[in-house]
Write a protein that binds this ligand. Structure first.
Ligand code: GDD
Ligand code: MN
Length: 371
C-alpha cells in the first residue's frame, strides 16, 4: 500500500454540486489542523448534476481524495457500505455532504475510536445535541424513527444518525444488508462491537432541497428493523436476543388486544344492545387488561410474582402508560394531519408507530423495570 492513512472519511453524494467542493475543503482543513492523516472517499450514485466532474478535478490534484461512481443498486446505505470496502485505513467515518454534520467534530470521533470505542455515534438527542430549522412534520417523523430504533438499541440515543465512525473490524465481514437511509442501524444490528460512545452535535438543515421522506422510506425502515430482529433471533442467543424479541412479543400482544377489543365491541353492541360508545369504552379497558396479562406472563415473564400489591402496581403503571399512549397517538395524528397537512391515514400510521414506541419503551423502563 503506497499511502497509509489514520482515518477514512466517507462522503456519500447524490447531486451535491453546490456543497461538495466546500465540504472536501473543510474536511481537508480539519485534517491539516489536527494532524490526522486522513483520506476522503466520495461515493457518488451517478449524480446528474456536476458533482462527478467537480470531485474528479479535485481528486486529480489531491492524492488523499478519491471518487467512486456507482451505477447499480442506487442507495445511500449501499454507497456507505461500498465506501467501507474501499477505505484504506482502520477507522471509518461517515458524514453528509451538505454540512448538516459539522466537519470540525471529525477529530473527536477519531479520538473516540482510538481511545477504545468500537463505534462513535454523532447524536442529536443527547445532552448538547440538537436539530435546527426542521419543520414540525420532519421533526415528528424523525423522532418517531428514532424512538422506534431505540426499542432495538435502548442505550443508543440516536440510532438513525448519519454521522458516525467505526473501527474497521466492526463492519468487515459483517453480514450487512444495506437498504434505505439508516445504515447505522444496520451496523449496530449486524456489526461486531462491544463498546460505543456518543458525541453530541447540532444538526443543521441544508440550505436548499427538501426531505426525500416518503411512505416508501417508512416501510423500508420498518423492514430493516424486522430484518435486524430476525437476524438477532437466528444468529444470537441469550439475553441479547431476548431483549430484541420483546418488542416483537409486545407487538403481537398489541394485535391480540385489537382482536379482543373488536370482539367485545361487537358482542356488547349487537348481543347485549349497549350503545356503541359505551361498548367501545368497555372494550378498550378490557383490551388493556388483556394486554397487561399477556405482557406480564409472556413478554416480560414476571409470572410467579404472586404478591398482589406488586401485580396491582404493575397494572397501574401499564394503565397509565397506555392512557398516555392514546393521547400520544391522537396528538400526533392531529399535529401531522391538521397542523402539518399530512394525509390523515399516513399521519395515523405515524401516530400508531410512535405510540407503540412510547408504550414499549415506557413499559420496559417503568412497568417491567427489573425484567
Ligand atoms: N450515494 C448516495 N446515494 N448518496 C446519497 C443518496 C443516494 O441515494 N441520497 C442521499 N445521499 C447523500 C446526500 O448527498 C447527502 O450527502 C447525504 O447522503 C444525506 O442525504 P440528505 O438527503 O441530505 O439526507 P437528510 O438530510 O434527509 O437525512 C439526514 O438525516 C438522517 C437522520 O434523520 C442524513 O444525515 C441521514 O444520513 C440521516 O440518517
Ligand atoms: Mn441533509
Amino acid at each position: 500500500m503506497a499511502e497509509s492513512y489514520d482515518l477514512s472519511v466517507i462522503v456519500p453524494t447524490f447531486n451535491e454540486e453546490k456543497n461538495i467542493a466546500a465540504m472536501i475543503g473543510a474536511i481537508d482543513a480539519v485534517f491539516r489542523e489536527s494532524g490526522i492523516r486522513g483520506e476522503i472517499l466520495v461515493v457518488d450514485d451517478d449524480s446528474n448534476d456536476h458533482t462527478i466532474g467537480i470531485v474528479r478535478e479535485i481528486a486529480g490534484k489531491a492524492d488523499n481524495v478519491r471518487l467512486i461512481v456507482r451505477s447499480e443498486d442506487h442507495g445511500l446505505s449501499q454507497s456507505v457500505v461500498e465506501g467501507f470496502g474501499a477505505a484504506r485505513s482502520d477507522i471509518l467515518l461517515v458524514i453528509d455532504a451538505d454540512f448538516s454534520h459539522p466537519p470540525k467534530l471529525i477529530p473527536r470521533f477519531y479520538e473516540a475510536i482510538r481511545g477504545g470505542a468500537d463505534i462513535a455515534v454523532g447524536s442529536r438527542y443527547t445532552k448538547g445535541g440538537a436539530i435546527e430549522e426542521w419543520p414540525v412534520a420532519r421533526r415528528v417523523m424523525s423522532l418517531g424513527a428514532t424512538a422506534f430504533g431505540r426499542i432495538l438499541f435502548p442505550e443508543v440515543s440516536d440510532p438513525v444518525s448519519g454521522f458516525f465512525a467505526v473501527r474497521r473490524e466492526v463492519v468487515s465481514g459483517a453480514p450487512l444488508e444495506p437498504r434505505g437511509y439508516k445504515i447505522l442501524m444496520e451496523v449496530l444490528g449486524r456489526g461486531r462491537w462491544d463498546s460505543f460512545t456518543e458525541i453530541p452535535f447540532v444538526f443543521r438543515d441544508r440550505e436548499e432541497g427538501e426531505s426525500k421522506l416518503q411512505a416508501g422510506t417508512v416501510i423500508d425502515y420498518l423492514r430493516q428493523c424486522a430484518g435486524i430482529v430476525r437476524f438477532s433471533i437466528t444468529r444470537r442467543a441469550g439475553p441479547v436476543s431476548d431483549e430484541l424479541t420483546r418488542p416483537l412479543r409486545f407487538g403481537l400482544v398489541g394485535l391480540s388486544g385489537i382482536l379482543v377489543n373488536m370482539g367485545i365491541l361487537y358482542a356488547l353492541t349487537e348481543v347485549f344492545g349497549l350503545y356503541y360508545l359505551v361498548s367501545a369504552a368497555i372494550a378498550i379497558e378490557l383490551s388493556i387488561v388483556n394486554n397487561f396479562v399477556w405482557n406480564d406472563v409472556w413478554t416480560f415473564k414476571s409470572a410467579g410474582d404472586l404478591k398482589f400489591e406488586r401485580n396491582l402496581h404493575r397494572f397501574g403503571s401499564f394503565q397509565a402508560v397506555s392512557t398516555a399512549g392514546l393521547v400520544v397517538n391522537m396528538g400526533i395524528l392531529y399535529l401531522l394531519a391538521d397542523v402539518a397537512g399530512v394525509y390523515y391515514l399516513a399521519a395515523n400510521l405515524a401516530g400508531i408507530l410512535i405510540a407503540f414506541a412510547w408504550n414499549y419503551t415506557a413499559n420496559r423502563r417503568y412497568t417491567w423495570r427489573g425484567a
